[in-house]
Design a binder for this molecule. Sequence first.
Ligand code: FES
Length: 106
Amino acid sequence: MLSITFTTPEGDVLVETTMTDSDTVMEVAVREGVPGIVAECGGSMSCATCHVYLEPQANEAFEPKEDMERDLIDGLENCSALSRLSCQLYPAQSEGEVVVTVPDSA
Ligand code: FES
């Protein structure tokens, strides 16, 4: 299983858990009650309230960003090169450890 740690932008750990191949990061965050992941649209890619930052070294653990996700992220005030929508983070590998930063968790 993929180990996943949710942190604040300051690096404080919010939740440490694991995810299966069939989970998205958003589903894990909601299940674990991670603050700052609202996921208003339930994963249909229309709200961007599941925004996270993903370190470049964690990119290979997930499916790549597609155009629609990129467009939604570009509309966010606090977007960066590390921005992803956690509802689109489907695991591309089943082993390893990743850290996901929640921008609005503070
Ligand atoms: S949950 Fe709405 S865009 Fe991800």
